[in-house]
Structure formats: structure tokens, C-alpha cells
Write a protein that binds this ligand. Structure first.
Ligand SMILES: [Zn+2]
Length: 162
């Protein structure tokens, strides 16, 4: 399969996220803005979050050794995503390009820190899908892939925050 899509289901992510939300950003060796600088103004908050996800994308694309891919990240309203998901990715292996959709701040109701952890998790999760995009996929392998992708993404984030 040359092109494809994948998504992140809310239930699984919430379950996994609860195990590492205690970690702080302070020790992360990247230039992503700290959560406490986030504005309470909704438009500014969305703009800050977009900067945040772009920063995280750069960091994780490098860490995960995907330098040849041209990856874009967008914040999208929940109507754009598959129901009950927090994000998704579409890719074109021929063109080596991919677009990651991350749920917009307008549709997040959790505290800022939790939202940011979630957004970072989504990016890592979708980049794992990108690595797996070279493997054959079927409807049957999809749900198994979700579980594996979540485990790998959670492990990577845990390791990065040690
Ligand atoms: Zn997924």
C-alpha cells in the first residue's frame, strides 16, 4: 500500500496517558515552549499549541530517524477526525510526504498540561504508524497495529522523559 491513513482512539490513549502525565517538560532537551506560557485567550492558545506541536514534530522526527519524510502537522476540529479519535495521519510513500492531524485546542476540555501531553503522544503515535507504513496492512491487522503503536509510543515518551 502506497498511501494510507491511521488514527488514534481516545479510549486507549487516555488509558496510556494516565501513566505518564506526571512527567514534566522542564528536562526535555528541545525548544518547545513551556506550558505555563500558554495564554488563556482561545485564539492565542490555538496558535501556541500549533507552535508546540510543530516543535514536538521536529524533535520526534529527528529522534525517530525519519529525516527523509516531509511531515506537516495541523490542528483540526473533531469533525475532521474519525469519531472518537484524537488524531490521525495520512501518507504517500512515493512522495515521502505525510500529514498529521491533531485535535484542536478548541475541542480539548482537559487542563493545558494534560492536553499538551496528549498532543505530544498523538505525534509520536502517528510517527510510529509512519514507520510501520512499509509493512503490509489489512483490516484485520489494523486494531492489532493500534495496540502495538500505543505501546511503542508510550515507551518512547517514557524513555525521553527519564
Ligand atoms: Zn493509531
Amino acid at each position: 500500500m502506497v498511501t494510507g491513513i491511521a488514527c488514534l482512539r481516545i479510549g486507549i490513549a487516555a488509558l496510556l496517558i494516565s501513566s505518564f502525565t506526571q512527567s514534566l517538560y522542564a528536562v526535555e532537551p528541545d525548544s518547545t515552549p513551556f506550558p505555563q506560557t500558554f495564554s488563556t485567550d482561545t485564539e492565542q492558545r490555538e496558535a501556541d499549541a500549533l507552535k508546540f506541536v510543530n516543535g514536538k514534530l521536529q524533535v520526534w522526527q529527528k529522534r525517530m530517524n525519519l529525516p527523509n519524510w516531509s511531515v506537516q502537522v495541523r490542528l483540526v476540529r473533531k469533525s475532521t477526525l474519525v469519531p472518537k479519535t484524537l488524531g490521525g495521519i495520512s501518507w504517500d510513500r512515493g512522495a515521502m510526504s505525510a500529514t498529521i492531524n491533531v485535535l484542536s485546542t478548541y475541542d480539548y476540555t482537559v487542563p493545558v498540561q494534560e492536553m499538551l501531553d496528549d498532543m505530544e503522544f498523538t505525534i509520536v503515535h502517528e510517527l510510529v504508524h509512519l514507520h510501520l507504513s512499509s509493512l503490509p496492512r489489512s483490516e484485520a491487522s489494523r486494531s492489532a497495529e493500534e495496540g502495538v503503536v500505543n505501546e511503542i509510543a508510550a515507551t518512547l515518551i517514557r524513555l525521553a522523559k527519564k
